[in-house]
Every structure is written in C-alpha cells, then in structure tokens.
Design a protein around this ligand. Structure first.
Ligand code: FES
Ligand code: FES
Length: 154
C-alpha cells in the first residue's frame, strides 16, 4: 500500500512502488493538470511541488515521495486566485497550453523563495521548462506581474 499526501488530502493505492509519480497522478488519481511531455525529466511539463520544491514527476518513483507534501496545479489555490494564476490569465500567457501547468508550478516555486526575482533569476529558474509554442516573453512578463500581485495581496 502506498500512501501519498496530495493537495492536502491523503490517497491510498496498491501499485508498483517504482511507478513514476506522474503515472499515479494522471492515470490513477485523475489529476490531469500535470502533463506528460518527454517522460525523461527534460521538458518540465510534469512539474509538481514536493515540499514546495519544483520537481519532475515523470522520473520520480512514488516510493520516494511517501509522507511528503505533494502539490499539483489543482492544489495551487482553492479559487484559481494564486498570483501566478491571476497573472497568467491577465496576460493571456498560454498558446496551446500544454506546457503551462509545469511553467506555473515552476514560477510559483520561484516566487515562494524569491519575492522579487531579477530577469536573470527568472531565466535561470525557468530554463528547464520548455515551451514548444515559444511563450517565453509572456511567461517572464507574467512572473513579474505575479510578483507585483503577491505584494499587493499582502
Ligand atoms: S514529462 Fe517530465 S520533464 Fe518532461
Ligand atoms: S503553450 Fe504550447 S507548449 Fe507551451
């Protein structure tokens, strides 16, 4: 029996403990917001937070995350009002949208650790998240806007 804590709730299931977390999230628990891209830890589409850290769920066996706090895009906020979500909507960031939950999870983790990141810090933090549509300029703008919104909220 594997027991995972996802978005504040406990989930129990019987599966091979070596199964990647992404498979469990999407195929078993139906958290479909987290996407399968490369399956090799290279594109960032599958990014979730483990104890607040952005992590590639496609290469992470569930046995490694038992008892840890897992947050998916569905758990980022209750009312879709996290500053990152607000900024993404305001600036119409997504094109096809496929990479965007991973981008937003990476951005949210960045802003959690750095309230006012520089251009260079944003580029470094986001460099592992690939967007085949090339929405990078809007992503960068939205991270700056989310930082402003987060300050306004407080
Ligand atoms: S699907 Fe996990 S990094 Fe690409
Ligand atoms: S919006 Fe299409 S892959 Fe990023």
């Amino acid at each position: 029996m594997t027991i995972l804590k996802i978005n504040g709730k406990t989930h129990k299931f019987n599966q091979d403990p070596s199964m990647p977390l992404l498979w469990v999230l999407r195929d078993i628990l139906k958290f479909k917001g987290t996407k399968y891209g490369c399956g090799k830890g290279l594109c960032g589409a599958c990014t979730v937070h483990i104890n607040g850290q952005p992590t590639r769920s496609c290469v992470l066996p569930v046995s490694a995350v038992e008892g840890q706090e897992i947050t998916t895009i569905e758990g980022l906020s209750e009312n879709i009002d996290h500053p990152v979500q607000q900024a993404w909507q305001e600036l119409n960031v997504p094109q096809c949208g496929y990479c965007q939950s991973g981008q937003m999870m990476a951005a949210a983790a960045l802003l959690e650790s750095n309230k006012a990141p520089s251009e260079q810090e944003i580029e470094m933090a986001m460099s592992g998240n690939i967007c085949r549509c090339g929405t990078y300029p809007r992503i960068k703008e939205a991270i700056n806007r989310a930082a402003e919104l987060a300050t306004e909220v407080k």
